[in-house]
Design a protein around this ligand. Structure first.
Ligand code: AMP
Length: 221
């Protein structure tokens, strides 16, 4: 196997980034860093980072670039991500974040996988998304009126506080404006793989593995 891969996973809210990153992390043995999970845990635990970011999360706004990048750099250093590879989920979210963290040539990453899922599909998925507030375990319920489902650890997976229809609309609009341009940014640097994110999670996972294999980031087996 080549060096542990450094992968950015892009995609609008509800595209399946968290689900696919959890699978990829287990498959590749590479750490998964979700800035959203990191921030939610910090808010829940009342840490200094949590206090700094809580208002942005509540309002469905982006945390300022320098603050996010500083937190991610600190986390990356503490976890030794330079040597272990990484899967970045929900980061970078703006071109400024990408340039600060990956360099203007994008050399800090091997590939950006963009999960392509249309807006109407993600809106419908988010309405049915239930997330465990303790460990981030996520599932999609069949019936959107079901408020809570038990997660494997025995906690209740519930709707995220920022998954209200109003906050979702705001976050999706922000995505188009701030994060959408990252697709072309990675493409210009020869780093983008677009993957169809609609369909069964197993099929989407196979598509992602196919894209990584084509880039020589997986052993051929
Ligand atoms: P997510 O779980 O990725 O949807 O992130 C939840 C919230 O955390 C977002 O709505 C933002 O307020 C904040 N957040 C997560 N990642 C970033 C980032 N890279 N830049 C700015 N804000 C972020």
């Amino acid at each position: 196997m080549p060096n542990p891969p450094r992968i950015v996973v892009l995609g609008r809210q509800g595209a399946g980034k968290g689900t696919q990153c959890a699978r990829l992390a287990a498959y590749l043995g590479v750490p998964h860093l979700s800035t959203g999970d990191l921030f939610r845990t910090a808010v829940r635990d009342g840490t200094p980072v949590g206090v700094q970011v809580a208002g942005y999360l509540e309002r469905g706004e982006l945390v300022p670039d320098e603050l996010v990048v500083g937190i991610v750099q600190e986390h990356a250093a503490a976890e030794g991500l330079d040597d272990r590879g990484y899967l970045l989920d929900g980061f970078p979210r703006t071109i400024a974040q990408a340039e600060l963290f990956l360099g203007s040539d994008g050399k800090g990453v091997d590939v950006a996988v963009e999960l392509d899922v249309p807006v109407d599909v993600v809106v419908e998925r988010i309405a049915r998304r239930r997330v465990c507030p303790v460990d981030g375990w996520t599932t999609i319920v069949d019936d959107p009126s079901v408020a809570a489902v038990p997660c494997p650890d025995g906690h209740d997976a519930v709707q995220r506080e920022d998954d209200t229809p109003e906050a979702v609309r705001r976050r999706l609009a922000l995505y188009e404006r701030e994060t959408g341009p990252l697709g072309p940014w990675f493409a210009q640097r020869g780093l983008l793989e677009r993957v169809d994110g609609v369909g069964d999670p197993d099929e989407v996972f196979d598509r992602i593995l196919g894209a990584l294999r084509a880039r020589g980031l997986l052993s051929a087996a």
